[in-house]
Write a protein that binds this ligand. Structure first.
Ligand code: HEC
Length: 329
């Protein structure tokens, strides 16, 4: 279902034949670094750097954290059957009014992050194509509730490189609602995009924890091998977990004994790490820098491609502008 999974390959690779290239979390072998007399820590203890993001694409894709899935459970639905039947995800809205992409990859299920932040999910569908975690609509459709709201105020922006550090710190959403990825993810899981009304935050937290606790690993929209439950994956150390899925200690949690809030916080932390890891590659397989059309423009015109030593970004930009304005052609 999802041929593109940039987390499973240690080297950057081209997405779906387009020229977009993503960098993967490098699944580095664990260097032992210790002296020869000490026993190197096992992978089970240290985890595999970046593994949290491999695992957490699954949470980004999981459709069961939505309010509609709670209704489905309350009506006797099975926690490992994703087919909650929220019509909001049956089709993918496009900018052409009344002509959605049909079916959506999540038809029959309920809302997840990916329903608003697509990649190659509808690559070949008429009206579809590649996205860097954005959607196709003018405003993203949201689940129906009694408040009558149907759409977000804006469309969803691309997420690749959205969290790159910048002077003054990061700010998310057009109205600068959040200044950390964690805050954004925690709010998104408990607010209107997932079907929750104001006042339902506690319900949303409890519901997410219930799904994580009850997951048996059989519903997994990624192409990870093995059907590990969240309970096992979050331990990080369970011997059954393949090394590439072993999350480092800071991303581990005890789902069995955790409170709702602890489980919720653990999920937020790893989904935030996933989003923070969505970066464009800057080098190709051979280590050579990947050149953007802008870089090539600079090169062809003999313009400086980066600030001089000690030159600020702003001074460099000003110098560049003057040079560009001075170009004959
Ligand atoms: C119902 C659609 C919808 C869902 C579901 C959704 N998003 Fe979004 N997302 C949006 C929209 C719309 C925006 C832009 C909001 C704005 O600017 O006001 C956005 C913005 C963002 C941003 C900020 C990007 C920036 O540069 O400011 C991040 C990060 C993000 N979403 C991550 C997530 C994650 C993680 C999830 C799942 C927990 C998620 N989104 C679920 C629609 C959605």
């Amino acid at each position: 279902m999802f041929p593109f999974n940039h987390r499973h390959n240690a080297s950057p690779h081209v997405v779906g034949g387009s020229s977009l290239i993503f960098i993967s979390f490098l699944l580095l072998g664990c260097g032992t670094g210790g002296s020869s007399s000490s026993v190197p820590p096992s992978v089970a203890a240290t985890g595999t750097p970046g593994a949290e993001a491999t695992v957490d694409e699954r949470l980004f894709l999981d459709t069961r954290f939505a309010q509609a899935f709670k209704v489905f459970l309350d009506n006797g639905g099975n926690i490992n059957d994703p087919n909650a039947g929220d019509p909001v995800v049956d089709t993918v809205e496009t900018t052409v009014v009344g002509v959605p992409i049909d079916p959506s990859p999540f038809k029959g299920m309920s809302m997840n992050c990916r329903s608003c932040h697509f990649v190659d999910d509808v690559l070949t569908a008429p009206g579809g194509g590649m996205r860097t975690y954005a959607d196709f609509a003018r405003q993203s459709p949201i689940p129906a509730r009694a408040d009558g709201k149907t759409h977000t105020p804006r469309n969803s922006p691309a997420l690749v490189n959205s969290t790159v550090a910048r002077p003054g710190g990061v700010l998310f959403h057009l109205d600068t609602e959040f200044n950390s990825t964690e805050d954004l993810v925690a709010a998104t899981f408990t607010e209107r995009n997932f079907g929750w009304l104001p006042g339902e935050r506690a319900q949303a937290v409890a519901h997410l924890a219930r799904v994580v606790r009850g997951d048996d690993g059989s519903f997994n929209l990624t192409d990870q091998s093995g059907a590990f439950s969240y309970r096992i994956l979050f331990t990080g150390s369970n011997p059954a977990i393949p090394d590439e899925l072993r999350r480092p200690p800071e991303f581990r949690a005890f789902i069995g004994s955790g409170t709702d809030q602890e489980i919720f916080d653990a999920v937020v932390k790893v989904v935030a790490a996933y989003v923070n890891g969505l970066l464009f590659s800057q080098t190709d397989d051979s280590g050579a820098p990947i050149r953007s059309p802008f870089d090539i423009f600079l090169e062809i015109n003999g313009l400086p491609q980066q600030p001089d030593n000690g030159e600020t970004q702003l001074d460099y930009s000003r110098r560049l502008l003057a040079l560009v304005n001075g170009l004959a052609a």
